[in-house]
Design a protein around this ligand. Structure first.
Ligand SMILES: C[S@@+](CC[C@H](N)C(=O)[O-])C[C@H]1O[C@@H](n2cnc3c(N)ncnc32)[C@H](O)[C@@H]1O
Length: 350
């Protein structure tokens, strides 16, 4: 029986996710090992006590996982004329799932399976309902069944817990690029606000009239996102901002060094997308919190080519230590991140 976790990640970052899962499992006292292939877009972390291990490693605490599921079975050598019977057999006597997602890894090998995933989902859904394995109507309170197609004759079955899995297929939120967004980077901050903040955070922490600094702002994508929420933004960059940003009346541009500039009074937000050594950025971000210059922040850490997991741990530890105050920190390699991770930090709940 296959037991363990199935996590999706950016293709090429399987070693980082494997290292992260191994470290987290060991910290929580679980034995297991990662099964991963570079470029595949997913990692299996196999081990016993999978249920307890899954609970000990929540998705929100993982940096390199876009999605976290519990493995149920691996089916190989499937007959292309009947993939449904073995799936039903593998799920025999399980409680009904709330929804079905048929997907494929976000990788070169996985993408050509998109058409098959759609067709198979349409065929499997009524068969699962007939077998009592799927709720008659989609029910988001129940575990979701994920079918991850790896090839025409090979798939993984996994379940997603409603409160501990991404709601989006493959953990990728579909965000549309706005015509007037100054850069594609705007999507990065939009995704960060959607993924790293919960609904309550967004309602409480993003309100018109709040103040923000954007370090490394040009051409202005992140500034644009904040101004759309009605925040007053001081954009710091020696480079130019797109002129239409100033039409909002909410944006001030200062040509200054983002590592030197500091606000004259405390701000609600600081965001930072400066391309710099991650340790230097982490230390400066910590200084902002230590000095009380902002209440919360979203910042990017550009990762080096090698030892990216080690560097991630080092930078997050350095940040937490040097901030010298209790913070709630969430870090994630977002879908719109490339060789980088995005961090959200806010005061820890009292
Ligand atoms: C990736 S771009 C930022 C894109 C921006 N977030 C957006 O959404 O359009 C990085 C920016 O950081 C700026 N930058 C790098 N080092 C800086 C520094 N020391 N002070 C201020 N800006 C800096 C660069 O000029 C560049 O415009």
């Amino acid at each position: 029986m296959t037991q363990g976790l199935l996590c999706y990640c950016r293709a090429g970052f399987e070693p980082e996710l494997a290292a992260e899962l191994a470290a987290r499992a060991a910290q929580a006292g679980f034995h297991g090992y990662a099964k991963a292939e570079r470029g595949s877009g997913f990692v299996q972390f196999l081990g016993e006590q999978a249920h307890a291990m899954a609970q000990a490693i929540p998705l929100r605490e993982l940096v390199f996982a876009r999605q976290k599921l519990r493995l149920l079975a691996e089916l190989r050598g499937l007959d292309p004329t009947d993939r449904i019977t073995p799936v039903l057999a593998a799920l025999f006597e399980r409680a009904a799932f709330g929804e079905l997602v048929v997907e494929h890894p976000d990788s070169d090998a996985g993408k050509p399976l998109a058409g098959l995933a759609r067709a198979f989902g349409n065929a499997l859904r009524p068969a699962l309902r007939k077998a009592g394995l799927l709720a008659a109507q989609d029910d988001s309170r129940l575990p979701r069944l994920h079918v991850c197609l790896l090839a025409g004759d090979h798939l993984l079955l996994a379940s997603g817990h409603p409160r501990d899995a991404s709601p989006w297929p493959l953990g990728i939120p579909r965000l549309k690029q706005h015509a007037d967004a100054p850069s594609r980077s705007a999507l990065k901050l939009e995704e960060a606000l959607l993924t790293l903040l919960d609904e309550g955070d967004r309602a409480r922490l993003l309100r018109p009239g709040m103040t923000a600094a954007d370090l490394g702002a040009a051409p202005g994508g992140w500034t644009w996102v904040l101004a759309r929420h009605g925040l007053k933004v001081t954009a710091i960059d020696n480079g130019p901002l797109r002129p239409h940003l100033f039409d909002t009346g909410l944006v001030e541009h200062l040509r200054a060094d983002g590592f030197q500039w500091r606000p004259s009074r405390p701000l609600d937000w600081m965001v930072c997308d400066m391309v710099e050594q991650p340790r230097r950025v982490a230390a400066r971000m910590a200084e902002w919190f230590r000095e009380g210059w902002c209440r919360q922040a979203v910042f990017n850490l550009k990762l080096p080519m090698k030892k990216r997991w080690d560097e991630t741990v080092l930078c997050l530890d350095l940040f937490a230590e040097q901030a010298q105050r209790p913070l709630r920190v969430r870090a994630r390699q977002l879908y719109h991140d490339r060789e980088e991770i995005t961090v959200f930090a806010a005061p820890a709940a009292p």
